[in-house]
Design a protein around this ligand. Sequence first.
Ligand SMILES: *[C@@H]1O[C@H](CO)[C@@H](O)[C@H](O)[C@H]1NC(C)=O
Ligand SMILES: [Mg+2]
Length: 280
Amino acid sequence: MATAKLLVVLVALMAAASSSCGPWELNIRMPTARAVEDAAAGVAAPLIHALRPLVGSAGDLGRRGGVPCDSWRLAVEAYNKRDWKTVPADCEGYVGHYMLGGHYRRDSRVVVDEAIAYAEGLKLAGNGREVWVFDIDETSLSNLPYYAKHGFGTEPFNATSFNAYVLEGSALALPETQRLFDKLISLGIKPVFLTGRTENQRAITVVNLRRQGYYGWMKLLLKPVGFKGTAIGFKSGERRKLQDAGYVIVGNIGDQWSDILGAPEGARTFKLPDPMYYIG
Ligand SMILES: *[C@@H]1O[C@H](CO)[C@@H](O)[C@H](O)[C@H]1NC(C)=O
Ligand SMILES: [Mg+2]
């Protein structure tokens, strides 16, 4: 059904791009001798040839035997795939291109545009009790410099080398999230950082956030060292404490589903993309 819809879209695109033959014919036709010659001569091949393996049952993806990387990423983002340990080895190049090639930033921008539109539409009480919860890693700060050196999530997580990286305090701000952060402050909504980083990383986390231009958060909530429990348990528990203290969580943004699941979630949640790792 979904494949049929995709085909209809492709067909419409091809019909717009070419009027020399019928769309279905284009879709099922093998490359002609002329097309092969054109390709050899450097003339761009018709788009459909490049797309054929993505919609067919054979071809490159069939030979690989796994799930195509774009479908894998969608399943991850939609929370259909859970408890995964590493990015499929075949998908290192795909995830690398996604993260560095502009797609990740573009997807993040859409999320933040929605979050800002939502925040701007809120009727605020103006009593200083409205807060917005921000995750840190892959939400406020990006660890891409680390992951780019470690296979974009294809390597098993190494706590030793990752913690050493965190202690450098060199993670980069995600510009989209920073735009939301600054907008919320201008609207009078107070940012609260809520992170799975542990209390013993507080000092370097503050340094890193300030170095990257984050100012004016209300609280920085870190996980106690030795905390036993799930990420959902820790984060929802901290949000409950905020609520019990009289704060109203108008929004909550993170890159993991465990950032945004578990009551009280916040009046509205926003999920940033993250195809590199899973935290349950
Ligand atoms: C994890 O990283 C440390 C520090 O770079 C390294 O010494 C160790 O061999 C790594 N462990 C694995 C299993 O790769
Ligand atoms: Mg995160």
